[in-house]
Design a protein around this ligand. Structure first.
Ligand code: HSE
Length: 304
C-alpha cells in the first residue's frame, strides 16, 4: 500500500473549563487528507478546496511539521505527498490544524507499518500545532485521532483517556480569529474562588459524560475562568448571543478552542432555534463564516 485517504474531524478544544486538557470530536465539518508515498525523498504539501492562506512550506504547515517530527523520532527518510482536501474554514477554533497533523501521522503509521500507540501518535501530531499557535497542545489532535471526548491525563509523558459520548446536537458558529493566537494573554492567576469553581466544573464535565447527562454536561461547560474571558473579549456579540441561546434552552455555550468560533449544546428539538440565534447574532461580525448544525461524534480520523 503506498497511498491512503483519510477523513479527519473538526474538534472543539477546552470544552469550557478544560483548557488544553479537554476536547471533543464533531460529526461535521471535517477535512480529507490524501497521503502518497513517493521516491523523491521530499515532503510535498498541496491544498485543494479553499486554501485559506494555509502555508505550504513544510516547516510552517502543521501536517508538515508533524511529519518532520515523526521522521526525526523514528529515523525515517521517505518521500511523501500530502494533499489536504480542505472542507472546513480554518483559523477559528475548529481544530483544523490539528486535523491535518493527526491525519498525516495516523496515515503514515498505517502506510509505513510503524505500530505507533495512540499516545505516541498524539505526542507526535501535537508537535505540528507549533506551526499554528506556537505551542504543542495535545487536546485537538487527541480528539481528532481518537474521536469522542478526550481528557489529556498527563502531558509528561503524553497520556490521553478517551470517553465515548452519546450523540447529541451541537450548534457551531465558525468565526475566524483576528490574531494568530491569544494564548499569550491567558493567565492561570485566577484566584482561589475561581480556581475551586474551575476544578469543580472539570469534575462535573467528566461525571456528566459518565452518566450520559447532556444537560449537566452543558451546564458544567458554561463557565470557564481561564480561556473564555480572553477569547470572548474578541467576539463583541458573544455575551448577548450566549444569553439568548441559554434563555432559549441551550444547555451550555462556550468559545470553541482558541476561538473565535462559538459552540452550544442543546436538545434535538432546540437545535434549529439555537442555530438561528447564532446566525442572527453573529452575522454582523466581519469574521463570521457560517453556522453549522452538527453532532458530537465518537469517530476519530479514519480511512475512506
Ligand atoms: N487548547 C488550545 C487553546 C486549543 O485553547 O489554545 C486551540 O484550538
Amino acid at each position: 500500500m503506498n497511498e491512503i485517504t483519510l477523513r479527519s474531524p473538526a474538534t472543539s478544544a477546552n470544552v469550557g473549563p478544560g483548557y488544553d486538557i479537554f476536547a471533543m470530536a464533531l460529526k461535521d465539518p471535517y477535512d480529507d487528507v490524501k497521503l502518497i508515498l513517493t521516491d523523491t525523498g521530499k515532503i510535498e504539501i498541496t491544498i485543494t478546496g479553499e486554501s485559506q492562506n494555509i502555508p505550504l512550506n513544510v516547516e510552517d504547515n502543521t501536517a508538515g511539521l508533524a511529519i518532520l517530527e515523526l521522521f526525526k523520532r523514528k529515523n525515517i527518510s521517505q518521500g511523501v505527498k500530502v494533499e489536504i482536501i480542505k472542507k472546513m474554514p480554518s483559523g477559528g477554533g475548529l481544530g483544523t490544524t490539528g486535523a491535518s497533523a493527526s491525519a498525516a501521522i495516523f496515515g503514515l503509521n498505517r502506510l509505513l507499518d510503524l505500530h505507533l500507540s495512540s499516545n505516541e501518535m498524539i505526542d507526535i501530531a501535537r508537535m505540528g500545532e507549533v506551526a499554528s499557535g506556537g505551542s504543542p497542545h495535545a487536546d485537538n489532535v487527541a480528539a481528532s485521532i481518537l474521536g469522542g471526548f478526550v481528557l489529556v491525563k498527563s502531558y509528561n509523558p503524553i497520556d490521553v483517556l478517551k470517553l465515548n459520548l452519546p450523540e447529541f446536537p451541537v450548534v457551531l458558529s465558525a468565526i475566524r480569529k483576528s490574531l494568530r493566537t491569544t494564548r499569550g494573554f491567558i493567565t492561570y492567576e485566577i484566584g482561589q474562588e475561581k480556581l475551586k469553581e474551575q476544578m469543580a466544573r472539570c469534575a462535573r464535565v467528566i461525571h456528566a459524560i459518565h452518566t450520559s447527562d447532556i444537560e449537566e454536561f452543558g451546564s458544567a461547560i458554561n463557565v470557564d475562568h481561564i480561556a473564555e474571558p480572553v477569547r470572548s473579549a474578541a467576539i463583541p456579540e458573544y455575551a448577548a448571543v450566549k444569553k439568548n441561546a441559554l434563555e432559549a434552552g441551550a444547555f451550555g455555550c462556550t468559545v470553541s478552542g482558541g476561538g473565535s468560533s462559538v459552540i452550544a449544546f442543546c436538545s434535538k428539538e432546540k437545535q434549529e432555534e439555537i442555530a438561528q440565534i447564532f446566525e442572527k447574532g453573529f452575522a454582523p461580525n466581519p469574521h463570521y463564516v457560517k453556522t453549522i448544525r452538527t453532532f458530537s461524534s465518537n469517530q476519530g480520523v479514519h480511512e475512506i
